[in-house]
Ligand binder design. Structure first.
Ligand code: PGA
Length: 246
């Protein structure tokens, strides 16, 4: 499996020029690398960054774009929501779901499960964040999805306390990650069987930087969900390069 590095820009940067410049700088430097890089900017910047990605595809490489959330219906009277279908129609390939910063605002695992199904309906790849309470969250989600859909999802183990912007953030040790990945893989195996587990990417998220990405990948993460370190082109490209040279 190729490494998969997903940039979660969260609510940054403050204007579209900076967003475009960051995306362009990243795109230029990762173009020759054998890696899947997905940029998840704030929704409002997606059209511009998607058109940059589209232009690049017509040359010889691909930068993919994702969103940071979506709703569970495709159209209708839902003020303020954005549907998976709309994201798909904009050219997005991925959508991050169930991030702990959204759970803190009231999103439940049941809501995340509905969003996953809605994303899969339009062939948008859900990037599903699983926190400290792995078993409880995975159980609710796996109960709601078909066995055959498991390998269409990217799972991320991302304990809230390891996110760099959390007060007193504690980076996870590679050993703790190995253990968590083992629990997740065992649950996926029980749900969907060995072949599906082989095809399912599990990433790690939480204070991942250029200096530590390799430690996490050595323990079995297929890549990373990156927050703070994705906001500077140089740091982010360094991280991507280190992931590729594994
Ligand atoms: P971080 O954020 O890399 O800044 O820890 C990761 C995330 O919240 O997805």
């Amino acid at each position: 499996m190729k490494p998969l590095i997903i940039a979660n820009w969260k609510m940054n940067p403050a204007n579209s020029k900076d967003a475009f410049d960051l995306a362009s700088a990243v795109a230029k430097d990762v173009k020759s690398l054998d890696v899947d890089v997905v940029l998840c900017p704030p929704l409002i910047y997606i059209p511009e960054i998607q058109s940059l990605a589209y232009k690049l595809q017509t040359t010889n490489y691909k930068l993919q774009v994702g969103a940071q959330d979506c709703f569970w219906e495709q159209e209708g009277p839902y003020t303020g929501q954005v549907s998976p279908l709309m994201l798909k129609n904009l050219g997005c390939s991925y959508v991050i779901l169930g991030h702990s910063e959204r759970k803190r605002l009231g999103e439940t695992a049941e809501m995340v499960a509905k969003k996953i199904q809605a994303a899969l309906e339009v062939a948008l790849i859900p990037v599903v964040c699983i926190g400290e309470n792995i078993e409880k969250e995975m159980k609710i989600i796996l109960n709601e999805i078909k066995d055959t859909d498991v390998s269409k999802i990217v799972f991320v183990y991302e304990p809230e306390g390891a996110i760099s912007t959390e007060p007193g953030a504690q980076s996870l040790s590679p050993e703790q990650l190995e253990q968590a990945l083992g629990v997740m893989r065992a649950m996926l195996l029980k749900k969907a069987g060995e072949e599906a587990v082989q095809k399912t990417a599990i990433l790690y998220g939480g204070s991942v930087k250029a200096q530590n990405i390799q430690e996490f990948m050595e323990k079995g993460a297929q890549g990373a969900l990156v927050g703070a370190a994705s906001l500077g082109a140089q740091e982010f490209v360094g991280l991507v390069k280190n992931a590729v040279s594994m």
